[in-house]
Design a binder for this molecule. Structure first.
Ligand code: MN
Length: 173
């Protein structure tokens, strides 16, 4: 039976403290912690121990992978920053990436806008930016996903680890 809690952050753009703080807050208490790119930190930084991290368009360190597929029993998570899939202009390529991975969840970043929606079997989640939010939501956010066999609850938190209730959503699997 699937029962996972995932933490997802993105686009911290040089703010190492928030990456370390979120990790400290959750490591060992959740099933995985993800960073969707544009950290602007060296890939050798020890802060990455225990975090699944990909390259963003502002990461010039070649030590980061462009994408990662993380598999748990009964759950596949595909992860990429998004710029390589043209998400400023269309969703087709990111959707194909998710389909090819047979992903239950596709994590991305790049747009600095918190979002969660479902297309086909895949739940797409952008945790927003923990440093530079864009658009109507000005709160700096990260995301928590609570996964069970039949649903995924998505909630967003601010830098003080307080729930940002307006964006909480539940999706059936
Ligand atoms: Mn960015």
């Amino acid at each position: 039976m699937a029962n996972y809690t995932l933490i997802v952050m993105s686009d911290s753009h040089g703010d190492r403290e928030i990456v370390a703080d979120i990790k400290e807050h959750y490591l060992g208490k959740v099933d995985a912690i993800f960073h969707n790119g544009d950290s602007e930190l060296p890939s050798s930084d020890p802060v990455w121990e225990g975090i699944r991290v990909v390259a963003g368009n502002c990461d010039f360190d070649s030590g980061y992978p462009d994408s990662l597929i993380t598999k748990f029993p009964g759950l596949t998570v595909a992860q990429t920053h998004g710029h390589l899939y043209g998400i400023n202009f269309m969703w087709d390529k990111l959707d194909l990436f998710a389909q090819e991975a047979d992903a239950d969840i596709c994590l991305y970043g790049h747009l600095h806008r918190a979002a969660a929606w479902k297309n086909g079997k895949t739940l797409f989640v952008n945790p927003g930016s923990v440093l530079q939010p864009r658009g109507e939501i000005t709160e700096k956010l990260y995301a928590k996903l609570d996964v069970t066999d039949d649903k995924i609850a998505v909630s967003f938190y601010n830098r003080n680890h307080q729930l940002y209730p307006a964006l909480s959503q539940e999706f059936s699997r």
